[in-house]
Design a protein around this ligand. Sequence first.
Ligand code: F6P
Length: 361
Amino acid sequence: MATHRIGILTGGGDAPGLNAVLRAVVKYAVGKLHWQVVGIEDSFNGLLETPRRLRDLTPQSCQGILHRGGTILGTTNRGNPFSYPDGQGGFINRGEELAAAIRDEGLEGLIVIGGDGSQAIGLQLMDEHGIPVVGVPKTIDNDLSATDLTFGFISAVETATDALDRLHTTAEAHDRVMLLEVMGRNAGWIALWAGIAGGADCIAIPEIPYDPERFVGKIRERRLRGRQFTIFVVAEGAVPAEGEALPSEVAHGKGRIRTGGAAQTLAQLITEQLDVETRVTVLGHLQRGGGPVAYDRVLATEFGVKAVELIVAGRWGEMVRVAEGKVGSVPVRDAVAEYRTIEHAHPLIAAGRAVGIEFGG
Ligand code: F6P
């Protein structure tokens, strides 16, 4: 006899480790505690469509997914139920419909695995419709203030670091300035970590609007030392202190195209001042694809187990997190209150400066 029947979904952009969380929740909640866990497909959409797209998750259906990227449930970073595209260019509130579907399915509450957007939707469901939620933070951007780390981040950093290792050899062979653009939205965490791990000479992050002169100075200084190549990591949200960056996404046809505008902008500013060959690499979704590194598998497993423990303890309304090395939890409300960017005085920026990295400001 199942004692709990809960729904689970993955929302927002995918991140390596989502499947590891699903597996941990199901192995514990279904395999050990004999609950029912219902997987909701494509974030909240699986509950809003007719017929609904739901499936019972079992330890058998979650076999072999620990190391797999993506999410077996599918996800979307479009279509907030509270501001849902009506197909005619407008938006409608489908919150009531969503809450009714959750009740109709006999779900006691939801585990929402997602970033700030999905957690905010969970909070609204709880506040406005009384649906209990437990949050599990996810994002390669590592920009959630309530947790020191999100799973997926270290995997993304690993991919970016590998790209930098490869760019180094070709940059050196051709005496070029190579710019690697990485993701991160308005936070520079991936750029900062990968830049330090990959031995970048210059890092541009959104938190430090850059003066191109400082980067040009760094290239000149390296040349004087006989280093004819220079490696940049440019966060997609990086901007010059003066003027504007080319957009990172533009409307085209019926959709949108991601352009790599941040690194292109910096390459243009450099070549206006210096006779140098630049090449831009936009790493893009390689950072989200593929399986999680070992650390993210461990963190995702701990997060999944903790989410179940919170429900056992009746602590709905909380989000799992890691703080000072320990997995714990925090009210979802506090978790979505603040966006986590890098403080100028952050020790990693100081460490970067100490080893000669130029931040452009
Ligand atoms: O939030 C994760 C993230 O990968 C960001 O780093 C990036 O700006 C965005 O999602 C890309 O979204 P999309 O998959 O819609 O291009």
